[in-house]
Design a protein. Structure first.
Length: 241
């Protein structure tokens, strides 16, 4: 079973720096590049695509709700058609930089609050799927949620991901916080291996919840992200795609 390691990248903006993409890139196989609505700007997008190309890392789009101030981690009341348009706009911008470098668009992974909303709302998930259909690429999401149900029902390929550095609730949903808490690299690696081998992860409430792992996410803004990415990369040496 081949498993990827994906990381949300290109999240700096102007003179404001977020994450250490240069140090993390060697330890991932897939980069989810921010497209300007929660982070990034044209130059950051261009540089991140070039960095990924040098490391032979696949590149996908990481579109968000239009929430630059809140880093895309605040839910918004927004019409489904507007969600679709927002995603097409953002992915289209990234694809321009990809085409200049001769790099294909690998996938789309919604960011933050948009990702969480899609797991619970068929309308939001459908809006995202309609955007992905324009570009003909898979969507990354959580197995066992409306993301998987709606995306696949609409004929969009689905990649199930597991989070190495976020907690899960009893119902299997993610605990999405405004700022990510630190996680010990060894603990993250152990969580990933258990998720792969046993198909479960311990919830923040105590009981195990079922998960499926086709790609593992490590966030670039988690404290100690480079060490976490390295530990996950090492523990997945026999699984990497």
């Amino acid at each position: 079973m081949a498993i990827g390691i994906n990381c949300d990248m290109g999240e700096s903006f102007g003179i404001y720096k977020m994450g250490n993409d240069v140090a993390i890139m060697p330890f991932v196989t897939i980069a989810n590049v921010a497209c300007g609505f929660h982070a990034s700007d044209p130059s950051v997008m261009a540089q991140t695509v070039q960095l990924a190309k040098r490391h032979k890392v696949k590149v996908g789009a990481h579109p968000s709700l239009p929430d630059l101030v809140g880093f895309g981690r605040r839910e918004m009341q927004i019409h489904p058609d507007e969600i679709t348009d927002c995603i097409i706009y953002q992915v289209g911008a990234l694809r321009g930089f990809l085409e200049r470098e001769g790099v294909p668009l690998n996938h789309i992974k919604p960011h933050g609050a948009l990702y969480g909303m899609a797991a619970r709302s068929a309308e939001v998930a459908s809006a995202i799927a309609r955007a992905a259909m324009v570009f003909g690429v898979p969507l990354v999401g959580m197995s066992g949620t409306l993301q998987e149900e709606i995306y696949t029902a609409k004929g969009v390929a689905f990649i199930a991901e597991f989070y190495a550095d976020l907690d899960y609730a009893r119902d299997g949903s993610l605990i999405i916080t405004r700022e990510h808490a630190a996680v010990a690299p060894k603990v993250a690696a152990e969580r990933v291996l258990r998720a792969i081998k046993d198909g479960v992860v311990k919830s923040i409430d105590g009981p195990d919840v079922g998960v499926r792992v086709e790609s593992v996410c490590v966030h670039s803004d988690t404290p100690g992200a480079v060490e976490v990415a390295q530990a996950v990369h090492e523990c997945l040496a026999n699984y990497l795609d």
